[in-house]
Design a protein around this ligand. Structure first.
Ligand SMILES: Cc1ncc(C[n+]2csc(CCOP(=O)(O)OP(=O)(O)O)c2C)c(N)n1
Length: 352
């Protein structure tokens, strides 16, 4: 058993709780990251309430607690990059600047939603910000992201593709095919694995001989990095390096961000009575490694961002979330013809 196989202290929720090392990042940028994480957290907390109230009826997989990964990764991206997600992708979409109104409307099944109300929480899409889609089938967007990386390489403009997935997805063969192909073709893609130590209700120790899934990158000669996924600055710093390398023709990379989701696999509850080995103590410990709290406390100490400023940011984001829900509620459901009209892209003839 080597260090390359195991996450060690990174998987221990009693570690890595200290305030963040903010390096020389400008305060403005760090506050932007805080806003990004709060936007995701408050939006998802509201989604949880809508699910509990029976108003949101599509299955919703919440990533509360994992916000630093998407926000850190997105810091290194530009709108012409091509990003793909999965079933737990509210954060990936929002961190790129995905439209909050369109997300809430999609979750409520409305025609103004990101997928015209046809897909729900797991079918988000906003090509303008570089989010080219999420689907529920575990691992399914990874080969599509590899194809997008091949296209980006052929276009020659230095764009990259990003595939987000979880540790459970690494148990799908397609991940290994994708890593192999990306390596052989030296594609500009970053495989971002949010290792939250669970697949559905199963702890990783019951599914894998080792807890670091980044080890799969090694065998395909793909550059690999492991990072504390609850440290937004560390995620951003690592991603910047890997993205710069990929833009420069250096080939693919695998970023394993270690984190934890506070809610159950699907739905609003914490599921401490469902998960195998998911205990109240473990969850409590992970909540203390909260990526939002760590950044707020660090900002307050190092940059003299005041409580009043933080409260102002929180209030503005809560307002935006409230307005998004109102927008979604007041939007119409898709009309009947949309059921067939939206199945295929328009033909060239009808698009003319
Ligand atoms: C191909 C396929 N197999 C199984 C499922 C059921 N399923 C949905 S999410 C999930 C767990 C995925 O775990 P992970 O990839 O670690 O992501 P996380 O849920 O932790 O974010 C499973 C088994 C599915 N949607 N698709």
């Amino acid at each position: 058993m080597t260090d390359a196989m195991t996450l060690g202290a990174l998987a221990d929720p009693r570690r890595y709780r200290e305030r963040l090392e903010l390096r020389n990042e400008p305060t403005e940028k760090l506050v932007g990251m805080l806003e990004g994480m709060l936007r995701i957290r408050f939006a998802e907390e509201r989604v949880a309430e809508l699910v509990e109230a029976g108003e949101a009826r599509a299955p919703c997989h919440l990533g509360i607690g994992q916000e630093a990964v998407a926000v850190g990764v997105s810091d290194a991206l530009r709108p012409s990059d091509r990003v793909y997600g999965g079933h737990r992708s509210h954060s990936h979409y929002l961190a790129l600047g995905g439209d909050l109104n369109a997300m809430m409307a999609e979750i409520l099944g409305k025609a103004t939603g990101a997928s015209c109300g046809m897909g729900g929480s797991m079918h988000l899409y906003d090509a303008e910000v570089g989010f080219h889609g999420s689907v529920p089938i575990v691992g399914a967007t990874i080969p599509i992201a590899v194809g997008a990386a091949l296209a980006a390489k052929m276009d020659g403009r230095g764009d990259v593709a990003v595939a987000y997935f979880g540790d459970g997805a690494c148990e799908e063969g397609v991940v290994h095919e994708a890593l192999n192909f990306a390596s052989v073709m030296k594609l500009p893609i970053i495989f971002v694995c949010e290792n939250n130590l669970y697949s559905s209700h199963l702890d990783i120790s019951l599914r894998q001989p080792f807890d670091s899934v980044g080890r799969f990158a090694d065998v395909h000669r793909v550059e690999r990095a492991v990072v504390d996924g609850n440290d937004v600055g560390a995620v951003a710093e690592r991603t910047h390096r890997l993205v710069a390398r990929a833009r420069d023709g250096g080939g693919p990379a695998f970023l394993e961000a270690v984190t934890f989701r506070w809610r159950g696999h699907v739905g609003p509850k914490e599921d401490i009575d469902v998960g195998v080995r998911r205990s109240p103590e473990e969850l409590k410990a992970w909540k203390e490694r909260d990526p939002v709290r760590r950044l707020v406390e660090s900002l307050k100490i190092d940059r003299k961002v005041t409580d009043v400023q933080v409260s102002g940011i929180e209030a503005a984001i809560r307002d935006a979330v409230k307005l998004a829900v109102e927008f979604a509620r007041s939007s119409p459901y898709p009309d009947e013809p949309a059921l067939l009209d939206l199945v295929y892209a328009p033909s060239r003839e009808s698009a003319r």
